[in-house]
Design a protein around this ligand. Structure first.
Ligand code: SF4
Length: 592
């Protein structure tokens, strides 16, 4: 319910009179047991229809540790787990979301991935399905038809070859034989000359192969994009219980650990007049008393201060305004002050690293002086509770860098004390997981024992009155690191772990490492190969046939700059860093 992407797609699909879209969520363990006990299929919220009665079942993959839940939902929905066991009457299983950009570990369970912005893409998939349904064509032909839709990746049409050392040699589209009628019809429907020659080799009539690489879909502008004007109202209180307006998509701050910074590029702002109109309407129709202006870094929105002031001053319904993501600077604190002036509930900032050296490595363009200045401003504005996000285990990190987190937190506490603010500082420290499509995709994730040592090191100094230290379970970091850069062979591990009872692996009390280790061993795979190995510069990655638009040479150059601690500016400031997205995908930054 808190996921804006799902709300957008729900609205886009239901705005068509020939499509009905309903919701289904992963049931908690007690409900799963009940469904099994009663032999009831998993069903939709709206009309309680069994999952298997839908034409298409779609998943939004937000986090690697939700993969076993996907298997659970298919299983409970009476849909065969693997595409090769599905019949024509079974639903088409599709998936999108950030994890779809490197989804090989779950590829063996998904018929097709929809890559990138979904507003137009989801309708293209639905229309392709409609054209197929009742045409008499086979399910395999549906997959071929889908693979010709821009930004749809059909994993079963690709073969993966491995080197003797377990790395990938190549991922190539396989040849598929079609009947002459289907072949001619599909060929005639393709206008792109390059694609036509590639997909339908001249010397092999009736043979088809999917595109060599699949590019993600990018909306040129958010202005014309569908946005839900009648939001779903939950029947219980979910997290982030408020209406949301997306003020821009994409982020070009270029933090080197951040996958979102790659896969949502470039920045496309929504006009402030449109944002205001959407916000007012949503508050009016929903009855909510809070509207959140969402994006990857909302303080970067060009008109943010004016927009907030107008929404607060002229809002007839008196709804609060909130920003989910702030930069670490005085301007952001000023915005937080405007937003929370009456509540002073607290402020969340993300310096990400304690030392200047580490912040330069990850391209977090903020100095210690600016952080302390922001803290001073926050305390003087009346905030007394500051939450700070950090990561440890970053590439090139030393014990001094880890301990610098403690030094920084104490400096901030001291500022608060000197201003008689009786400060509470919460330091939330997570283990760094290298992600695909980032400049750190070649780096190893540190081993759980070493991560635990660095956590203990930090705990030994990060204590005292007014300081709270929170850290993530090392086993979550470990499993996320395996699946974040895993290949297709991990599908077997997923299936085995699911069969042994793995569910809700993102819940530390439910994640069973022994169970997972048994699954790895039964599948003959070493989790360290995926999580803790330094990749060679020329290694072929499992996600390379999926094209984000950002070039490998750009990521490599950012990796080199990270090693030297050289900063890269935000290209919104008018200095293109040459990431490749704009020329490659035929889009451009759109500022309002
Ligand atoms: S191509 Fe240049 S301007 Fe466009 S997103 Fe990349 S760095 Fe920014």
């Amino acid at each position: 319910m808190s996921h804006l992407g799902s709300q957008i797609l729900y609205s886009v699909l239901n705005s068509r009179s020939d499509i009905a879209c309903e919701r289904v969520y992963a049931p908690w363990l007690d409900m799963e047991n009940l469904l099994r006990e009663k032999d009831w299929p998993l069903f939709s919220i709206e009309n309680r229809l069994p999952l298997s009665s839908f034409d298409i079942v779609g998943f939004s993959l937000q986090y690697e540790l939700s993969y076993t839940n996907v298997l659970m939902m298919l299983d409970l929905g009476h849909i065969p787990l693997r595409p090769q066991n599905r019949f024509d009457e079974d639903p088409l299983v599709i998936a999108g979301g950030p994890c779809a950009m490197s989804a090989e570990p779950i590829a063996d369970f998904i018929d097709a991935f929809a890559l990138g912005d979904g507003e137009e893409l989801v309708l293209d998939v639905a229309d392709t399905y409609k054209a197929w349904k009742g045409s008499g064509k086979t399910r395999q032909e549906l997959l071929v038809m889908l693979s010709l839709v821009e930004s749809v990746y059909v994993p079963s049409l690709y073969d993966v070859k491995y080197n003797a050392d377990g790395t990938i040699m190549e991922t190539t589209p396989r040849l598929v034989r079609l009947d002459n009628g289907t072949y001619q019809a599909l060929r005639a429907g393709v206008d792109d000359v390059v694609l036509k020659d590639w997909c339908f080799p001249r010397d092999m009539p009736c043979y088809f192969r999917a595109p060599k690489t699949v590019r993600r879909r990018v909306l040129r502008s958010l202005e014309d994009a569908e946005f839900p004007d009648k939001p779903l109202i939950p029947l219980m209180e979910p997290i982030h219980d408020r209406v949301m307006v997306e003020i821009f998509r994409g982020c070009t701050q270029a933090c080197r650990f951040c996958q979102a910074g790659t896969i949502y590029r470039p920045v496309r702002e929504r006009d402030p007049v449109t944002v205001e109109r959407l916000a007012r309407n949503l508050v009016e129709v929903s009855g909510y008393d809070e509207v959140s202006l969402v994006s990857l870094s909302s303080a970067d929105y060009g008109h943010i201060k004016d927009l907030i002031c107008r929404l607060i001053e002229e809002n007839p319904c008196g709804a609060r305004v909130s920003l989910p993501s702030l930069r670490v600077d005085s301007f952001s604190v000023e915005l937080a002050g405007i937003l929370g002036a009456s509540r002073k509930v607290g402020l969340t900032l993300a310096p990400e690293a304690g030392s200047q050296r580490m912040r330069d490595i990850i391209n977090k363009k903020v100095t210690e002086e600016e952080i302390l200045e922001a803290a001073t401003y926050a305390f003087s504005s009346g905030f007394s509770h500051i939450k700070l996000y950090f990561m440890i285990g970053l590439p090139g990190e030393t014990d001094e860098d880890v301990l610098a987190i403690s030094t920084l937190v104490k400096k901030i506490r001291q500022i608060g004390r000197s201003m008689k603010a009786r400060p509470t500082i919460v330091a939330s420290v997570s283990g760094f997981v290298p992600k695909s499509n980032t400049p750190f995709q070649w780096e190893p994730c540190i081993e759980p024992a070493e991560l635990a040592r660095r956590q203990r090191l930090l705990r030994s100094t990060l204590r005292g009155p007014g300081i709270e230290y929170r850290y993530h379970d090392t086993k979550l970091t470990w499993l996320e690191a395996v699946f974040a850069r895993g290949d297709r062979r991990l599908s077997k591990v997923l299936e085995l772990a699911y069969a042994r009872g793995a569910r809700f692996d993102a819940w530390p009390n439910l994640l069973d490492v022994d169970l997972w280790n048994k699954a790895f061993s039964e599948a003959g795979l070493d989790p360290s190969f995926f999580a803790h190995r330094q990749r060679n510069q020329d290694e072929v990655f499992p996600w390379e046939h999926v094209d984000t638009g950002v070039t490998k040479s750009y990521l490599l150059s950012e990796r080199e700059r990270a090693k030297k601690g050289v900063l890269t500016r935000d290209c919104r400031e008018g200095c293109c860093a040459g990431c490749g997205v704009c020329p490659g995908l035929g889009v451009e930054i759109s500022l309002k």
